[in-house]
Design a protein around this ligand. Structure first.
Ligand SMILES: Cc1ncc(COP(=O)(O)O)c(C=O)c1O
Length: 380
């Protein structure tokens, strides 16, 4: 048995998704920009996928643009909005994914913007008063705050942040890569200007994503070229990726409640069993705090031991795939910028387990037993 507990990195493709993609690899190969029947058929399928995605998040199809994934969608929202609207100031948090942080830092480096990083506490909770005070002194600002953190799982109240942004006439982008397909998003109710999705995080294919662009915000494209995506993104579309993305999101919404219950119960079980079997186990951020945390992510902090240096390797040789959350600062490996920003104890062993609908109780028990054995060995 090999146990895959790294679903925040990527999820396995759903067979139902593959089945709708396959004909677009083999049979329906027309270029969607071609005006003949081969092209028109594929164009119709892309527009139907766009309609599906728009319907699920309560947007208009004209507000959905397909991209190569979450990174491109974040780059597009940030770089194109700041340049198109001539914004001079941006606010984000030190816990954002590098797709957001590095995009904003690049604009700061060229002197295009001044960048404010929100204060965060030791649990990774954002200081919304800091946001409000900064916006009060710099109204027309670009704000980027993720819905859920990909490492520690903290959920941010994007509804409340959206309201603050509206009050100060700021543009609000939320990196929703980790919550798309796991929670229901309604762009009308949320009051944000941009949200994004990446298919491989919800059992769709890799290398395809989308962005919702509020029709009230007029921006220039990131990728210049042909007139694809209504002049917003040049380049022949990733047709089967787009078809797969829409199907994966449709399935995610269809089965969301059932899968959420299943995954949450696995996570809860892991928390309880880890506490029972490993002395002084802790959880980073709000990871173990019920509905304040993404139900697919658990970031575990293990006691100080020699085991910590080789933790992921030891899990791997025990047939468990999980992800680093190392706070290591030695050598070239700077470790996790998220754990550093919340001042996690560098000596402890940090590992992120992330779950999907395919994980089982047996897999969770095996992972906990394996960890317990590894840590007992060190303690004795
Ligand atoms: C929060 C967050 N944003 C953006 C991305 C980038 O998405 P993609 O892999 O589709 O470029 C990821 C992927 O790990 C993520 O977790």
């Amino acid at each position: 048995m090999r146990v895959y507990l790294d679903n925040a990195a990527t999820t396995p493709l759903d067979k139902e998704v593959f089945e709708v993609m396959a004909p677009f690899m083999l049979e329906h190969y027309g270029n969607p920009s071609s005006i003949h029947a081969h092209g028109r058929q594929v164009r119709a399928a892309i527009e139907s996928a766009r309609k599906t995605v728009a319907g699920l998040i309560n947007a208009s199809p004209s507000e959905i643009f397909f991209t190569s994934g979450g990174t491109e969608a974040d780059n597009l929202a940030i770089i194109c909005t700041i340049r198109s609207l001539g914004l001079k100031h941006a606010i984000t948090s030190p816990l954002e994914h590098h797709a957001v942080l590095h995009s904003l830092e690049a604009l700061e480096k060229t002197g295009e913007i001044e960048l404010t990083l929100l204060k965060v506490d030791a649990n990774g909770v954002l200081d919304l008063q800091h946001l409000e005070e900064t916006l009060a002194s710099q109204p027309r600002t670009f704000v980027s705050v993720m819905h859920a953190n990909n490492e520690i799982g903290n959920l941010n109240d994007i509804q409340a942040i959206g309201e603050i942004c509206k009050k100060y006439n700021a543009i609000f982008h939320s990196d929703t890569v980790q919550t798309m397909g796991h929670y229901r998003h309604d762009v009308q109710a949320l009051g944000l200007n941009f949200l994004v999705g990446s298919a491989h995080k919800f059992h769709g294919p890799k290398g395809v994503g989308f962005i919702y662009v509020d029709s009230a915000v007029k921006i220039h494209p990131l990728i210049q070229g042909g007139s694809q995506e209504r002049n917003m993104r040049g380049g022949t579309e990733n047709v089967y990726g787009i078809i797969g993305l829409a199907k994966a999101l449709e399935i995610a919404y269809r089965d969301m409640d059932e899968h959420q219950r299943h995954i949450q119960s696995l996570k809860d079980r892991m928390i309880v069993k880890l506490r029972e079997q490993i002395e002084d186990v802790q959880f980073n951020g709000l990871s173990a705090e019920g509905d304040k945390s993404l139900y697919t992510v658990l970031n575990v902090s293990l006691p100080v031991s020699e085991m910590n240096e080789m933790l992921l390797f030891n899990l791997d040789i025990n047939k468990i795939s999980a992800s680093g959350g190392s706070a290591c600062t030695s050598g070239v490996d700077l470790g996790s910028h998220v754990l550093r920003a919340i001042n996690s104890d560098m000596e402890r062993g940090n590992v992120r387990f992330s779950f999907s609908k395919y994980n089982t109780v047996e897999e969770i028990d095996y992972a906990v037993d394996t960890l317990a054995k590894l840590y007992q060995k060190v303690i004795v």
